[in-house]
Design a protein. Structure first.
Length: 86
């Protein structure tokens, strides 16, 4: 390294043009199928992350527990917003 510069030792290979080809949007074709499962998935994920958070807290990993509590809170809010849409 000279003067604090980093050098990239790998050489860049051009990508084949096929890698930039548009991909089909599969999520649009079955979006209505997933809409009915939203509240159940949110409830299940909330309970799962809450259990993971409690396990991490019991193990003494408070940072990991906080991470899982934040995930659980996201799904809790998702459940609250889903119940208002009915």
């Amino acid at each position: 390294m000279q003067n604090g510069r980093r050098t990239n030792m790998r050489t860049h290979q051009p990508r084949p043009s096929a890698s930039f080809a548009p991909r089909p949007k599969q999520w649009t074709s079955n979006a209505s199928q997933h809409a009915s499962k939203g509240p159940q998935n949110a409830q299940r994920n909330y309970e799962r992350y809450l259990a993971l958070a409690k396990a991490e807290a019991q193990a003494g990993n408070l940072v990991g527990a906080e991470n899982y509590y934040q995930h659980a809170e996201h799904f809790y809010r998702s459940m609250s917003s889903d119940s208002g849409k009915k």
